[in-house]
Design a binder for this molecule. Structure first.
Ligand code: RIB
Length: 330
């Protein structure tokens, strides 16, 4: 069965900085790289790299980036039947600033992503009905997100909503129709107006959403792993440690990995979470040729780490530097 990602694609313009400029200041960034990104595309790529059959529904512009984005999906075996070009528009772009600790700040320009409409879902309905999971984020119009959620509900297809970037405009009643709701801590704070500085606070905020009617709230907590909260349950899943150089897309890697575990035989949520949490932190390493590589991995039942190139236009081969530390107990 296929996984459908209905969402964004971006071209990531990544500057590695030592210092954020203040107003009126110019600073030099030592490094720059460009890659295919966007939360939807990242999640599709991560799921595909873990072996899922993925259908991507998104829009690109008619600029120099568009063909490369489509080529990249094709190369990774992602079904691009519903990746469309929009005339006269730019593709989505994301200037990203990564500081020395690997933390990022991201600006997104949606571009053509804004033109992914409910009518596109109707057009693809026969194909979508055959999917076992629909994955959504908030880099496209909310109207399209709600339409996709209701489509999933109507045809009994579970929906995973990653409310990123978080917006208070999100209608929680619509989100309640989803099977999985996967915010990070910052998004959880924005959506609930509650503090999330400690595990207890995160649990309280997640429970607040559960009490509003959300079924499975899975909070990604960076290097600390993830917390899964339902009406009956609160479980903390530890991540394993890596030397994170750039955390961009870590949540996307997690979601792609979690989603892939849906197929071909759905596993228990906790099993899937444990595996995804293992694959949660991508690590960026600088090789001899100064190329940067982002990798994600997951812990297999035999304890081995299966890794996968994450930055979707770069392939990671065995032998690439990964520097994973031993997985901690998950
Ligand atoms: O989640 C990471 C992604 O957010 C980046 O790839 C960027 O494109 C933004 O959408």
């Amino acid at each position: 069965m296929k996984i459908a990602v209905i969402g964004s694609n971006m071209v990531d313009l990544i500057s590695y900085i030592n210092k954020m400029p203040v107003a009126g200041e110019t600073v030099e960034a030592p490094n720059f790289s460009i890659g295919c990104g966007g939360k939807g595309a990242n999640q599709a790529v991560a799921a595909a790299k873990y072996g899922a059959d993925v259908l991507m529904m998104t829009k690109v512009g008619d600029d120099i980036f568009a063909d490369n984005t489509i080529k990249n999906f094709d190369k990774l075996g992602i079904d691009t039947k519903y990746v469309e070009k929009v005339k006269g528009l730019s593709s989505g772009v994301a200037p990203i600033f990564v500081d020395e600790s690997g933390q990022n700040r991201i600006i997104i320009v949606k571009g053509a992503n804004k033109y992914l409409l409910p009518s596109d879902i109707d057009r693809a309905s026969e194909e979508l009905k055959k999917c076992s999971l629909i994955i959504l984020q908030l880099e496209i119009n909310l109207e399209t997100v709600y339409y996709a959620i209701n489509f999933g509900k109507k045809y009994n297809i579970p929906v995973l909503l990653n409310p990123a970037p978080a917006t208070k405009d999100l209608d929680i009643e619509e989100a309640c129709k989803c099977e999985f709701f996967v915010p990070n801590e910052t998004e959880l704070a924005i959506l609930t107006d509650m503090p999330v500085n400690t595990d207890d606070e995160i649990k309280n905020a997640a429970e607040y959403l559960v009490n509003k009617g959300l079924k499975n709230v899975i909070v990604t907590m960076g290097s600390r792993g993830a917390m899964w909260v339902t009406k009956e349950n609160c479980q903390y899943l530890k991540s394993f440690k890596v030397n994170a150089v750039d955390t961009s897309g870590a949540g996307d890697a997690f979601i792609g990995c979690f989603a892939e575990r849906e197929t071909p035989v759905p596993k228990s949520i906790v099993e899937r979470l444990s595996e995804a949490v293992g694959g949660y932190v991508p690590e960026k390493t600088v090789g001899a040729d100064a190329d940067t590589i982002t990798v994600a991995g997951r812990v297999l039942p035999n304890g081995e780490i299966q890794k996968s190139g994450f930055m979707n236009d770069i392939n990671v081969n065995d032998g690439d530097v990964v520097n994973y530390l031993k997985p901690e107990e998950n």
